[in-house]
Design a protein around this ligand. Structure first.
Ligand SMILES: [Zn+2]
Length: 479
């Protein structure tokens, strides 16, 4: 089957509120060729329970839904599994399975979405977050929340710490407990929904929202796995620690050099030559991510899902160097790669990375550090960009344009396509943005070598934005 070119992600909550036919008819009317349901069924949570919808993402209270759920644009939701799990699949998993819904909610809305999508000629690609620890943030799964999960299972930083602020609460991908969790979730999904066309993996890579995330993971499981694969772990730790310490001794001249895009190649090449253990850590993370995706592909095959396309979501370049999402390697294991352009997160990332550098180097200029981070992440600013100081960089309001340019987005997609070495790459756009900007982002994706578009997600698609999608797709733009 040819890969889908125009997909829209949706959740059961949206269908529970608006009705199956209303949601799927609206999606089909855009010209979409595919849908991507997430798992679970949902209900408004009792006070103090559940998790915020939209996800809070540490400091993202400004984000609101475009399509209200139970009458609200932000609310607390409780997620459940609509049917009991297969105990055999969870027998050796050191985490609880998703909680079973109360009797009145035991309606498998996801199955209804799959059947309804197929009836409309849409291919259906289930979205799964295999490694998010139960109760931790990340994904729209039944189990996400605001807790952290066991600290011992989280990625460990070179300074011995574990993240306190978390956007994607996944465990270390070399931790056997975390791997067992991912396998059980994938096997359960494959068993419950055998008629899906694709299964897409969110956060099967290391996290990168905070600069400190780049300095993970040095846990005992990673050490053992790296040694087994012939890595010089002592050098990895020594050089990674040296880089960490170097970033605590930045001078204004260092930052000024990095504020210009042309300063980065020299700094990167010099830094990696001086500290080859850092390059080893990044290579090892890429090997780890390729390993987990291969493991999930094999499990999907073994569960009877040989014909189900495995799709991997990945951060765009250059972040993917830090997350271990090596497009070339993953493209030889998975059938489709989706480059995440979740641009509402990017100003938050700029804020958090800059905030850390300023805390580590109290004498530095805020503006100079922001410029260096923007250059390092290859985030050119649009004309008239209003953000200046650190406080201006955060979650955009629903009507606020994101600090990105169309050429910058196209360039990131083309870098991903080049790295994928012929494997299909799709642009994975986020619809949380002003409607006019959605049209621009679709055009930016169409100008790239990406083979089509996925849109995350229906709940941020106002009727106006659905019309933007319909018009763009009717004109052959963005997929
Ligand atoms: Zn680890």
């Amino acid at each position: 089957m040819a890969p889908p070119h125009r997909g829209i992600v949706l959740t059961a909550a949206e269908v529970q509120v608006e009705g199956l036919n209303a949601v799927l008819d609206r999606i089909a009317a855009t010209g979409a060729t595919a849908i991507g349901p997430t798992l679970g069924v949902f209900a408004p949570a009792a006070p103090g329970k559940g998790r915020r919808e939209p996800p809070l993402d540490v400091a993202g209270a400004a984000r609101l839904l475009d399509r209200p759920l139970w009458g609200q644009r932000e609310l607390a939701l409780q997620g459940y599994a609509p049917r009991p799990v297969d105990p055999a699949l969870w027998a050796n998993v050191p985490y609880p399975p998703p909680p079973l819904a109360p009797p009145e909610l035991r309606v498998d809305v996801v199955q209804q979405i799959i059947d309804g999508g197929h009836a409309r000629g849409l291919s259906v690609h289930l979205q799964l977050s295999p490694y998010t620890l139960p109760g931790a943030p990340g994904g729209q799964s039944a189990e996400s929340g605001h807790a952290q999960g066991p600290a011992g299972d989280r990625p460990l930083r070179i300074n011995g710490g574990v993240a306190e602020r978390v956007v994607a609460g996944h465990g270390c991908l070399n931790n056997p407990r975390v791997r067992a969790l991912g396998l059980a979730r994938l096997r359960q999904a494959a068993q419950d929904y055998p008629t899906i066309d694709g299964l897409s993996l969110d956060w099967a890579e290391y996290t990168c929202y905070f600069l400190e995330d780049a300095f993970t993971c040095v846990c005992e499981h990673c050490r053992r796995a790296a040694l087994a694969h012939g890595y010089d772990w002592e050098r990895i730790e020594r050089d990674t620690r040296a880089l960490w310490e170097r970033l605590h001794r930045l001078t204004p001249a260092d930052v000024a050099a990095l504020a210009a895009p042309e300063g980065w190649p020299v700094a990167l090449a010099g830094g990696l030559l001086a500290r080859p253990g850092v390059a080893d850590l990044l290579r090892f993370k890429a090997a780890t991510v390729a390993g987990v995706v291969a493991e999930l592909r094999a499990a999907l095959d073994a569960a009877g899902g040989e014909a189900v396309a495995l799709e991997v979501h990945a951060f765009p370049p250059p972040w993917n160097l830090l997350t271990g999402a090596d497009y070339g390697r993953l493209g030889r294991i998975a059938q489709v790669l989706r480059t995440k352009l979740f641009t509402f997160h990017w100003p938050m990332i700029v804020h958090w990375w800059s905030e850390s550098l300023l805390a580590w180097n109290p004498g530095l200029s805020e503006v100079a550090v922001l410029r260096a981070v923007l250059a390092g992440l290859d985030l050119p600013l649009p004309p008239g960009e209003h953000r200046t100081g650190l406080a201006d960089w955060g979650m955009p309001r629903p009507d606020e344009p994101h600090p990105v340019t169309a050429t910058g987005l196209t360039r990131k997609l083309n870098q991903a396509v080049a790295q994928a070495d012929g494997a299909p790459v799709l642009a994975y756009l986020h619809s949380y943005r002003p409607a006019a900007e959605l049209a621009e982002v679709l055009t930016a994706a169409a100008a790239s070598g990406a083979g089509g578009v996925w849109v995350q997600r229906y709940g941020y698609l106002s009727d106006e934005k659905l019309a933007v999608l319909r018009d763009a797709w009717a004109a052959g733009v963005g997929g």
